[in-house]
Design a protein around this ligand. Structure first.
Ligand code: SF4
Length: 465
């Protein structure tokens, strides 16, 4: 990469959540454990994960990747990947006396079970997915005579009755787990228009990991000039993240590693940085957001009689007035869309007080009240508002506090952690920022419609006393 093209100061934001989903993680572990337990070679049907680095690492340890089970020598051990396989694959493996480990993700199995149940009840299924993707092949294999693949809204228009759909009153749809949430919603809307009696699965087939990562890149797309997705070109999930970002008007590229970043992509790229205590400038931030997460916080420790009044005003402005202003300017967009999510990162100090933290405790208690009012006003418009209440999170603020207190009390940092900071906490560890992000993502995910006006404590048992 040309160093001059990257020398300008820039902020790099990391999506949260990011990285592999739990299903893929589990499948990779299955291969690693098989290698440890049985030794190489371990055959793996299809790439266990669409990530060249991981595949290469496993290959070095003795995994052999094959396209079909028929390529595996008789009697050998084979792992089926997270995307799932058709029953015919199990039958072939049995016929060849293969020892099998099925690492199919439970969320893919759920779709297979749905397919079998709909077929048993005589339904034709529209499978929304990508032709040739191994998950689609596996799901189709569960009921090949009952499944018609649809890839776009236009495909829905081309469905023929009765050739493709013998009885429009016995029609259901299922989906691949890794699709674009927005595109799939359009296809489903077209299906409902044409076939009003079409039956949906009991719960969304697009999995939470896919949904959450798309929410995360939408958020990034608003804040950044460029979004780089690290993944392989044959990964449906990674490709969808690029698509979703571009649909939100932000340049995005899929890369396998840093060497693929082109210097010209970085020209003129900055990010939005706002001083949230400067209330009048908040109007410069975009108002057309679907999800607003308020997470500003600073601390000042002093007895009330010595607490600087201007510092008290500053903390309340930053931690309470600024969220109020941001909520105020974004609600009209959310109301117009009939959907919105406000998540306020409060704190255990939104629910409990500690001495010498007057401004912080007052601001966080205020945020809790504000959140509840937003919940009540927003409910008729499809907008929810909740608080997340973590105890000590591993942030620069907390690690600096640790170092300060260690120096003040002449203790080691781990002693400060156990005996001072985490004294009232049952689980003696700092909370990782990613754990807070996962909870926020859940509050914005598919199951969040009825969760509002609540406070979610993430405190290792602090408030259990
Ligand atoms: S269904 Fe979701 S969680 Fe499971 S492997 Fe696929 S992307 Fe991962």
């Amino acid at each position: 990469m040309d160093a001059t093209a990257t020398s300008a100061p820039r902020r790099v934001l990391l999506a949260a959540p990011r990285g592999y989903c739990a299903g893929v993680d589990r499948a990779v572990q299955a291969v690693e454990e098989a290698l440890d337990l049985y030794g190489p070679p371990v055959y793996v049907r299809k790439e266990i994960v669409h990530n060249k680095h991981v595949v290469e690492e496993l290959r070095k340890r003795g995994a052999i990747f094959v396209e079909q089970e028929t390529e595996v020598p008789e009697g050998e051990l084979v792992v089926f990947s997270a995307h799932g396989v058709a029953p015919s694959v199990h039958a072939n493996a049995k016929a060849r006396s293969l020892r099998t480990i099925d690492a199919t993700c439970p969320l893919v199995t759920k779709v297979h079970v749905e397919a079998r149940k709909f077929a048993e009840r005589g339904y034709t299924m529209i499978l929304i997915g990508h032709a040739g993707h191994e998950e689609v092949e596996g799901t189709t294999g569960e009921a090949p005579d009952h499944i018609v693949l649809v890839q776009t809204a236009e495909d829905v228009d081309g469905l023929r009755v009765p050739e493709d759909i013998p009885d429009p009153n016995k029609l259901a749809y299922i989906t691949q787990t890794t699709l674009s949430v927005d595109e799939t919603a359009q296809i489903i809307a077209r299906l409902r228009e044409r076939f009003p009696n079409v039956v949906s699965p009991k719960s969304d087939d697009i999995c939470y990991a896919t949904t959450n990562r798309q929410i995360a890149v939408k958020q990034l797309a608003r804040e950044c000039d460029l979004v780089l997705v690290i993944g392989s070109t044959n990964s449906s999930n990674s490709q969808r993240l690029v698509d979703v970002t571009r649909e939100h008007g932000t340049e995005s590229h899929l890369i396998d590693n840093a060497s693929q970043v082109r210097p010209e992509w970085l020209e003129g790229v900055e990010t939005v940085v706002a001083d949230l205590s400067d209330l009048d400038r908040l109007t410069e931030l975009p108002a057309d957001v679907d999800i607003l997460v308020n997470n500003a916080g600073v601390q000042q420790v002093a007895p009330i009689e010595q607490f600087p009044p201007e510092r008290f005003s500053y903390i309340l402005r930053l931690m309470l007035e600024s969220p109020f202003r941001l909520i105020r300017q974004t609600l009209p967009h959310m109301y117009g869309a009939g959907w919105g999510r406000v998540v306020n990162i409060s704190s255990v100090h939104g629910l409990r007080a500690s001495p010498f933290k007057a401004a912080y405790v007052a601001a966080k208690h205020g945020l809790e009240g504000l959140s509840k009012v937003v919940a009540l006003e927003g409910a008729p418009h499809g907008v929810t508002s909740n608080c997340v209440n973590p105890a000590y999170v591993r942030t620069p603020l907390v690690t600096a506090q640790l170092a300060d207190q260690a120096a003040t009390h002449g203790l080691s940092e781990s002693e400060v952690l156990d005996k001072v900071l985490l004294e009232p906490v049952a689980v003696k560890r700092l909370i990782e920022p990613a754990e807070v992000a996962e909870l926020v993502a859940m509050l914005c995910g598919p199951a969040s419609a009825s969760i509002t006006g609540s406070s979610f404590v993430l405190d290792g048992g602090w408030t259990a006393h």
